[in-house]
Design a protein around this ligand. Structure first.
Ligand code: RIB
Ligand code: CA
Length: 308
């Protein structure tokens, strides 16, 4: 690993797997986490922000938390309480935060940090892409200042909200389309890989047995059966897969291709459209992550959780 840390902002909607992703990200030696930005997604913005504050405090970090968009660009908000609970954390009794959210709006801080990092800033986006689209619309030089965005979202095949749309893209397809057309280097960790990045029930137990409050929290939010129909072998770690890919992509399989977002369809609304190639005379615009060495992924998760 090169000694120089990667300056990152984690844009999220905590959310259970977002919480697992934050727990892991703050123990990745590769990252210099500059901020956590929050967006309406799994639950409303007030709850995702409250959760980001209390989760980062539980991690022991005083990182800045910048609230962002409280709804999609052009649509009504869509939440997922049936997956994450009404409070976004399955009612886990995590203490209320002491710190307050930053006065910076997510999109303003993303821009400020992109300028400050002189083109080295990377974004790990694991919620709807509304904040990034607002930032791109407000600052027309931003696209040239972001080194890479690693997105948890979409799928080359299938969906988890409709048969062809994944939640983060489905919630705000217009925002996603703006990001996909921005020209920023994109790595897309869609359901193709995140449903393979799962932990078995025993692996979750082994993490819980580490015995720290953070390990307890990780096990609590890593649901084993809420997506059984999509991942019968265990609990898929959607957002943690994007974080671990951003830290070290060596055990993931990537395909360079073109990918776009359906914003007008009814049945296909929110679909990330690709043929995993680019033979439709479209220039490739994403590194699509299609596979992972699951054993290495699970071992890395346990190793990072052992650092608390
Ligand atoms: O489809 C999974 C994604 O939607 C994850 O980011 C989860 O947190 C939800 O936001
Ligand atoms: Ca998320």
């Amino acid at each position: 690993m090169s000694e120089k840390k990667i300056p990152v902002i984690i844009d999220c909607d905590p959310g259970c797997d977002d919480t697992a992703a934050l727990l892991l990200a703050f123990r990745c030696p590769e990252f210099d986490i500059r901020a956590v930005t929050t967006v309406s997604g799994n639950v409303s913005l007030d709850k995702t922000t409250y959760n980001a504050l209390r989760v980062t405090e539980a991690i022991g970090s005083d990182v800045r938390v910048c609230p962002g968009a409280d709804r999609p660009m052009f649509r009504d908000a869509v939440y997922a309480p049936h997956v994450h609970g009404e409070d976004g954390l399955l009612g886990i009794p995590l203490p209320a935060p002491q710190k307050k959210a930053s006065f910076y709006k997510a999109w303003d801080f993303i821009y400020e940090e992109a300028v400050a990092q002189k083109g080295e800033l990377e974004i790990i986006a694991v919620g709807p892409l509304t904040n990034l689209s607002i930032a791109l619309g407000k600052y027309n030089d931003l696209a040239g200042l972001i080194k890479r965005i690693v997105i948890m979202g979409g799928a080359a095949q299938g969906g988890n909200v409709t048969p062809c749309a994944e939640f983060n893209i489905y919630v705000d397809p217009e925002a996603a389309s703006m990001v996909f057309r921005s020209g920023i280097p994109l790595c897309v960790c869609g359901l193709d890989v995140t449903l393979k990045a799962y932990l078995t029930a025993q692996e979750i137990k082994n993490i819980k047995a580490l015995g720290t409050p953070q390990a307890e929290l990780f096990a609590g939010v890593t649901q084993e059966n809420c997506e059984k129909r999509f991942c019968p072998a265990g609990a898929p770690l959607h957002d943690p897969a994007a974080v671990l890919f951003a830290a070290d992509s060596s055990y993931f399989t990537v395909q360079r291709c073109w990918m776009g977002v359906e914003t007008k369809g009814t049945i296909t609304l929110g679909k990330t459209v690709t043929d995993c190639w680019s033979d439709a005379q479209k220039e490739p615009n994403v590194d699509l992550v299609l596979d992972v060495d699951r054993e290495r992924f699970a071992a890395r998760v346990k190793e990072l959780m052992g650092k608390y």
